[in-house]
Design a protein around this ligand. Sequence first.
Ligand code: FA5
Length: 337
Amino acid sequence: MDTPDLVALESEAMAALDAAQDEASLQTWRVAFLGRKGRLTAVLRSLKELSDAERREVGAASNQLKGRLESGFEARLRALQRSQAALLASERIDVTLPARPLPGGTLHPITLARRQVERVFRDMGFDVVEGPDVEWDHYNFDRLRIPADHPARDMWDTIWVDAVDEERDRRALLRTHTSPMQIRYMDEHQPPIRVIVPGTCYRYEATDATHEWMLTQVEGLVIDEGISFAHLKGTLESFVRRLFGEELETRFRCDYFPFVEPGAELAVRWHDRWLELLGCGMVHPEIIEAQGWDPERYTGFAFGMGVERLAMLQWGINDIRYFYQNDLRFLSQFRGS
Ligand code: FA5
């Protein structure tokens, strides 16, 4: 019988040992080479078929090889266990660590101010509704007694939108005030009416410390029998007192808006000057009549206030432009609901 090629067996065994990447394949290797029916065991069993001299020589070499394979196995096993332990250690998670806090948002100051206004008027029995930001000139102007060629349109610098309703001769715009919702609401409801409409308005105008091109208004509309200018004044004065207390100095002055008669503005004392908070007046009788209601029987008042201006007063902010610069150092100072 040929003497077994122990050199080839060793190099094959060692290559297979290196290739074993986990303990399971290592055990398979052990069975294949050192197990009861393994390759080396087969060599040892076959020794008896050799001559005495060969048996001595091959037997000694086989036993040495067995020793090398066993220690190779042990070394590989330890190495695998070490790298597994290192992997586990690197993936260890300390579940007892407190969670990192998530950055919590706050409401925008204008949202806070707007909600405050809504709360006060809700307490006074007003409903709250909203209307579209993109509006037809029909509601923004015409139905408010501001026809196409009327100079009063110049009171509001308009941002037009590329949409035309040719059938009804209407052009779309970004509403310049919340007053168009007076008309939309009257089209859908009968007196008595008591509603406020908060919302965003847009004007093509230069900005400064008290003017933004995007602003928030709250429109108010009350229509019922026997509503007088005294109701208008009383409602607005108690609103201002609720928000700012008794100390704030206020001033009513005549003003002109085509959809009210008489019209007025309410200003408040602010840094040694008057800051106009809102426009208001008695709903024009022609508007009441256009709704099919008898203006002798139904009267009403309306107002439109600037929410940014209210917020400036409330928090002592001296420039309206802070609100929409999105600077977190400014915005994160406001908390509330
Ligand atoms: C109007 O917009 C009328 N629709 C108000 C009204 C309603 C009158 C109902 C009568 C009856 P005026 O343009 O004055 O009016 O704006 C009303 C308020 O919005 C102002 O008093 C001011 O507080 C605020 N406002 C107007 N323009 C700006 C602006 N560019 N930036 C910030 N606030 C503004």
